[in-house]
Design a protein around this ligand. Structure first.
Ligand code: HEC
Ligand code: HEC
Ligand code: HEC
Ligand code: HEC
Ligand code: HEC
Ligand code: HEC
Length: 469
């Protein structure tokens, strides 16, 4: 985990075409560093890579910096196949480019604390994080006392915490779930080791049975194991993994961890109990590319052949938050996850729950935004407008909220109002793609094609995209 993010290391040059979109990509190492470029139709751009993400065990991801903004690169280098391809999530993209914002959430799992500019989507101070690597306090909480007097007991020991708080230390990064919902007034990065994660946010796992399961995390798999279920909370990530170990653990090391519990209980009939245990009980799963894949089966099954994953229907809390937020967090998870993944019955369920609670949600910008978004999808523009306006009043000058409100105004026919909010959004954040696209649409809808083209041209200029005439 000491190599989770950093300046890009040596990788071969490359070039390929993403067929679904007809985008040509080129990657070159130059004296100034790694350079990535794309050409699609008349548009092209070239960006120096600011950071690489990952140790490259399987893949490297990349971030580019434009002004004080960070964006994801659509490119990954796959170390085992030794080739360049689009990053996970861009396979079917219609226009894979460098415009996806890097949110503090992404950085908070891959670096020490991110340093975002307040009230922005993806603008950061310089440097963008307190440390590139994962710092001690991410697992130990505040470490000042320990640094002043580095003696045993002067630092919080995660292994000695109650089970939920202990597991939360690893889960903050190793359990993304389907969606994570911060409690009202919190952001994900407020989590401090020592408390259970649900004091700050709830992780929802599972998902819609129709959509199939996404990646089942290490935490979810381990929880399915008999070892975890029958050991009364004793088994946790730290039983087998030592984040401080200088070298990778060997299968002989893991065997010792197994025998700490199993030496006495292993039946005499067991096949060759002296061999390494993980080859049979924790086999490698079929290899898949991608950033967030489990490679080793953490279900520790009796039968070495891989058992099927359980069918789950709907989202469920990994651990429930305090009762006061239970319904609100679930409703918000259903609404947001349903919207983001196009699962309409899920979004509708979330919407109904949120609507029922609406009188209590008047200061809850996230809930109001979810309500507005679903209303807008259902073409209830006037009703959406009210929720978005309230969210914006709660979080003034937040460019994405200006865009939400403008989109509702546009839908209900108030073009002038929409244009005003979109211009304000672009003044706040000239690199906000959705603002530029909405504004261009607004101008076009009132027959002002030239103005629309100018808006898009300004956006391309800000993003460093040139258009061949
Ligand atoms: C909830 C925490 C979390 C978030 C959010 C997250 N990651 Fe990850 N990422 C991980 C963990 C943990 C791993 C290691 C593999 C694993 O256990 O899933 C990983 C692995 C990766 C890898 C593969 C590294 C390798 O060595 O093969 C890449 C690339 C990556 N992440 C990129 C990203 C990018 C880009 C974002 C933001 C858009 C992001 N991740 C968001 C936790 C996260
Ligand atoms: C701040 C985020 C964060 C926290 C907290 C965290 N991890 Fe990780 N961990 C990562 C990331 C990111 C990677 C992937 C690193 C890479 O690919 O370079 C990773 C990788 C790992 C790996 C794989 C290492 C390898 O060499 O393949 C193990 C095992 C692991 N973590 C265990 C743990 C345990 C146990 C805890 C809790 C005590 C924990 N992690 C807490 C972010 C975190
Ligand atoms: C990814 C999580 C993680 C990170 C990052 C991490 N540690 Fe730890 N550390 C642990 C865990 C888990 C234990 C408990 C091991 C055990 O007792 O089984 C531990 C134990 C310790 C202990 C022994 C505590 C005691 O009560 O005996 C010290 C000291 C320590 N870590 C210091 C540090 C320092 C200094 C850093 C930063 C350089 C750091 N750790 C980074 C997870 C982490
Ligand atoms: C913290 C203690 C603990 C550790 C460490 C542990 N287990 Fe277990 N394991 C258990 C308990 C308890 C059971 C349930 C035994 C029972 O019900 O008789 C179990 C059950 C099992 C089973 C039977 C599963 C089933 O579905 O019936 C297998 C196989 C197994 N463990 C293998 C392993 C292997 C391999 C390791 C090391 C990689 C390991 N265990 C580490 C506690 C542990
Ligand atoms: C019973 C032992 C055991 C426990 C408990 C355990 N792991 Fe593992 N883990 C392993 C083994 C064995 C490997 C494979 C190591 C290898 O091949 O070098 C592994 C590999 C990993 C990897 C590297 C990627 C992969 O899938 O191979 C990550 C990340 C990881 N574990 C995270 C976790 C997290 C997070 C937890 C707690 C939820 C956890 N592990 C609990 C035994 C364990
Ligand atoms: C050659 C493959 C293989 C290896 C190596 C292996 N196991 Fe097993 N193990 C199995 C199979 C197969 C079963 C299921 C037997 C059955 O269902 O009758 C099993 C069953 C178990 C069980 C269930 C209860 C019992 O005693 O039968 C435990 C616990 C267990 N293994 C732990 C371990 C541990 C710990 C190690 C390492 C010291 C280990 N196994 C090494 C194949 C293996």
């Amino acid at each position: 985990m000491g190599r989770s993010l950093g300046t890009p290391g040596a990788v071969p040059d490359g070039a390929f075409t993403h067929e679904p979109s007809g985008t040509k990509f080129e990657i070159r190492s130059t004296a100034a560093g790694l350079q990535q470029s794309f050409t699609r139709g008349q548009e092209s751009a070239s960006y120096p890579v600011a950071y690489a993400i990952g140790s490259g065990n399987h893949a490297f991801g990349y971030l580019v910096r434009i002004g004080d903004h960070l964006f994801q690169s659509p490119l990954s280098y796959y170390t085992q196949r030794r080739l360049w391809d689009v990053a996970p999530g861009y396979e079917q993209a219609g226009a894979p480019d460098f415009s996806r914002p890097v949110t503090p959430e992404c950085l908070s799992c891959h670096s020490g604390h991110a340093r975002p500019v307040a009230n922005t989507l993806n603008r950061y101070q310089n440097p963008p994080f307190e440390s590139e690597t994962i710092s001690c306090d991410r697992c130990h909480g505040p470490v000042e006392a320990h640094l002043q007097r580095p003696v045993p007991g002067s630092i919080l020991n995660p292994a000695r915490l109650p089970a939920a708080a202990r597991d939360s230390v690893c889960e903050q990064c190793h359990l993304a779930g389907e969606i994570r919902i911060p409690n009202p007034g919190h952001s994900l990065s407020d989590f401090v080791p020592g408390e259970p994660a649900e004091d700050v946010f709830t992780v929802y796992v599972g998902g819609n049975a129709n959509q199939g399961l996404k990646v089942i995390s290490h935490s979810e798999q381990l929880a399915l194991s008999r070892c975890a279920r029958s050991s009364g909370g004793k088994l946790w990530c730290g039983t087998c993994h030592d984040p401080h170990a200088p070298a990778r653990a060997t299968h002989a090391d893991y065997r010792e961890r197994c025998l700490a519990c199993h030496a006495a209980t292993l039946s005499a009939a067991h096949a060759a109990p002296t061999q390494d245990c993980v080859t049979c009980h924790m086999p490698r799963l079929p290899a898949r590319d991608g950033g967030h894949t489990v490679f080793t089966d953490h279900r520790i099954a009796r039968n070495p052949s891989i058992p099927p994953l359980p069918e789950t229907a709907g989202l469920r809390a990994w651990r429930e938050p305090p009762a006061a937020f239970r319904e609100r967090n679930l409703a918000l998870a259903l609404a947001t996850h349903g919207l983001e993944n196009g699962i309409s019955d899920e979004a509708v369920r979330g919407f109904k729950l949120l609507s029922r609670m609406e009188p209590q949600l008047s200061t809850d910008a996230a809930a109001l935004t979810a309500l507005g978004s679903i209303l807008l999808t259902a073409k209830e523009a006037k009703e959406a407008e009210k929720r978005f306006a309230r969210a914006l009043a709660l979080r003034p000058e937040y460019a994405p909220y200006e865009v939400n409100l403008a989109n509702a105004l546009l839908e209900s026919g108030d073009r002038a109002g929409a244009i005003e909010h979109l211009n304000h959004a672009l003044a706040l954040d000239p690199l906000l793609e959705q603002a530029a696209e909405s504004l261009a649409r607004a101008y076009r809808s009132q027959g002002e094609a030239e103005k629309a083209e100018q808006v898009l041209q300004n956006y391309r200029t800000a993003m460093g995209i040139t258009v061949r005439k």
